[in-house]
Design a protein around this ligand. Structure first.
Ligand SMILES: [Zn+2]
Ligand SMILES: [Zn+2]
Length: 346
């Protein structure tokens, strides 16, 4: 069994590095304890027999009982953050806190099935709909055939689902004896919450800002139709806070938060330019663009799913900025340079 590594940071924040599958390999949980010994856990990790044992080991090492665990805050609905919350709640009886929007997304992925107001999905389960959606954007069967099984493989990581209490965004959240401001941003995941303590400048930022890794921005049918725009807006908002130390969902806590935010903003602008340049030689499917942007880095269905969703997020942003247009033909979609289309018409 792999053991969680515990690191103690200034101001009584414990970082727990919970092992998980590659490519990420670990997720950070944070433990904050108040003056009465009441414990709040941020993002407990995905559920597996291994992570359950991990948490039993962590409680033992820290000399804590289930009774001490009062609250869990889940920054967003992804299984590597939300997955174990239900199991921890079943052991401790603690409250599980999320934003209402993030919980809606958890239900979209693993709850009452998939169907949205825009008519996408037709009430089908997203596990069935996503491969069809990717196929319409040009994905070959070789990849799309594996998407459904890949999505289903997450189900066991999020069972049992927790009973969720909604964070009140109008008020600070109290944990570890201090008041934390709630900052909701989307793009990586709708309703993602970061927690900021103004006096110390500490920012617990989940996957909204990560060091070394560019957080995935996915276009998912039935969810946010403009995830990249939402993500960039969120980055600009987060970047406006003075941060002394950031505590991310993966890798190590880091200083230089504003610098990291700015380099992520620049990265996406470069990506948009690269995608736009590809379209100047003629219309391309989302998959064709994805293959060029991510070719050397995609070796698994998991990576392909994120690469494809991120490419579509970039293409949707090019359409929003009127740099590209989406064309529908034979039940599928192509993206064309808006400039080329305008030349053609005039
Ligand atoms: Zn995430
Ligand atoms: Zn994550």
């Amino acid at each position: 069994m792999s053991k969680a590594e515990i690191t103690s940071w200034d101001k009584n924040i414990l970082q727990v590095s919970v092992p998980m599958d590659s490519p990420l390999r670990q997720v950070n949980s944070y433990i904050l304890t108040d003056e009465k010994g009441r414990v709040t856990i941020i993002d407990p990790g995905p559920r597996s027999p291994d992570t359950e044992n991990c948490w039993l080991g962590i409680l033992q090492e820290l000399n804590l009982s289930w009774m001490d665990v009062r609250d869990i805050v889940v920054t967003h609905h992804h299984p590597d953050h939300y997955g174990l919350a239900g199991w921890l709640q079943s052991q401790s009886g603690c409250k599980v806190w999320m934003t209402e929007r993030a919980h809606a997304e958890a239900r979209l992925m693993w709850g009452d099935g998939f169907g949205d107001d825009a008519g996408n999905g037709n009430g089908k389960d997203i596990n069935d709909f996503l491969p069809v959606y990717f196929s319409r954007h040009g994905m070959t069967d070789e990849w799309s055939n594996g998407i459904k099984a890949h999505l289903e493989s997450f189900n066991s990581q999020v069972e049992p689902q927790p009973v969720v209490s909604y964070l009140n965004l109008a008020e600070p959240f109290r944990m570890g004896g201090r008041e934390w401001q709630l900052i909701v941003t989307g793009g990586h995941a709708p309703g993602h919450v970061s927690l900021y303590h103004a006096d110390s400048g500490l920012m617990i930022c989940g996957d909204a800002v990560l060091p070394q890794i560019s957080p995935n921005v996915s276009l998912l049918p039935g969810s946010d139709p403009q995830p990249l725009e939402t993500f960039l807006q969120g980055l600009r908002e987060l970047g406006s806070y003075p941060v002394s130390m950031a505590f991310p969902g993966h890798r190590e806590p880091f200083a230089g938060f504003t610098h990291r935010v700015n380099s992520l903003l620049a990265h996406h602008e470069e990506r948009l330019d690269t995608a736009a340049a590809l379209l100047t030689s003629g219309p391309l499917s989302g998959f064709a663009v994805c293959e060029v942007l991510f070719r050397s880095r995609v070796t698994s269905v998991h990576q392909m799913r994120f690469a494809m969703s991120e490419t579509l997020a970039h293409l949707a942003e090019l359409v929003r900025r009127e740099r590209a247009v989406m064309l529908e033909a034979d039940g599928g979609f192509l993206f064309a340079s808006a400039e080329r289309v305008r030349e053609h018409i005039s």
